[in-house]
Design a protein around this ligand. Structure first.
Ligand SMILES: [Zn+2]
Length: 282
């Protein structure tokens, strides 16, 4: 789409000057974001990080350190010899008056006897001003046809049809630790550890939702994850959630925990009592 407004012209110009950070993103993500897996049978383990084999005797409690490349591996019982991992990762930057969120698609191919191959491409950038005005620079998102195609250019902020419409947005699983945020967002509790919500959703939700802000500042990303699709559960069980926060109780499996609260409720147990709400063994 050709930039039309003054804001679009400025964003298109600044975007074209951003440095390429593909390699920086890969260098970080291959160690810190992707899963390091070893496939084990009774006779051998294949390290998918270096493609080499080693003896299954080195596996302890489903983990092992590869003697060839020193990578700490999660071991799965499988005859598989190839693997593919795909994820969205992001980096937050400040460029002039804009908060910029750069989103990348990362694909890693793993194969026995060889080193992994990594492919990355930048697919979407949010350019957001403190007054809320924003633009999206992205590739075209043709769902059903190979995902993203075309060049990075100014795109519609909202993609809509008769049946649905949504923000042209991507949920990044992880943000690069060198991400920088404008003070406005730091005050909301947003930083590179953000999970469970996209940056855009978090920035739009938090000013209107003290509950989201409380959870974000307490770094309860596992509960933030419930905000978009199961908000009613957060609202319904908010007193119990607050008890968890006060008792620093970590919920390992949130969906199971909500089911458990439902059960407590059914048997008329006290949902304000930490003894019930924060079970040692769920
Ligand atoms: Zn290895």
């Amino acid at each position: 789409m050709r930039p039309r407004t003054k804001l679009q012209v400025r964003v298109a110009d600044l975007s074209s000057q951003l440095p390429n950070i593909d390699n920086m993103m890969i260098d970080w993500a291959k160690d810190d974001c992707l899963n390091h897996i070893g496939y084990a049978t009774k006779s051998r383990v294949i390290c998918m990080e270096c493609g080499q084999r080693f003896a299954p005797e080195l596996v302890k409690r489903k983990r092992a350190v590869c003697p060839h490349c020193d990578t700490s591996l999660k071991i799965e019982q499988s005859r598989k010899r190839i693997n593919k991992q795909t994820m969205f990762i992001g980096k937050a930057e400040i460029c002039e008056e804009f908060q910029v969120i750069r989103s990348f698609e990362l694909i890693a191919y793993y194969r026995a006897e060889t080193k992994p191959c990594y492919y990355i491409r930048e697919i979407l950038q949010h350019w957001i001003k403190d007054d809320g005005n924003r633009e999206v620079v992205a590739r075209a998102n043709n769902t059903g046809f190979n995902g993203w195609c075309g060049e990075l250019e100014i795109r519609n902020k909202v993609i809509g049809s008769y049946y649905y419409n949504h923000n042209n947005d991507i949920y990044c699983e992880r943000y690069h630790p060198a991400s920088v945020y404008r003070p406005k967002y730091i005050r909301m509790g947003i930083d590179c550890k953000l999970r469970g919500m996209s940056f855009l959703t978090a920035a739009n939700t938090i000013p209107h939702s003290p509950k989201a802000e409380t959870l974000l500042k307490a770094r309860r990303y596992e509960l933030i994850d419930y905000f978009e699709d199961h908000r009613y559960k957060i609202d319904m069980y908010w007193p119990s959630i607050k008890i968890c926060l006060r008792n620093k109780y970590r919920i390992k499996d949130v969906s199971m925990w909500f089911d458990y609260l439902e059960l407590l409720d059914h048997y008329h147990k006290d949902l304000h009592n930490a003894h019930y709400v924060c079970p040692k063994k769920l």
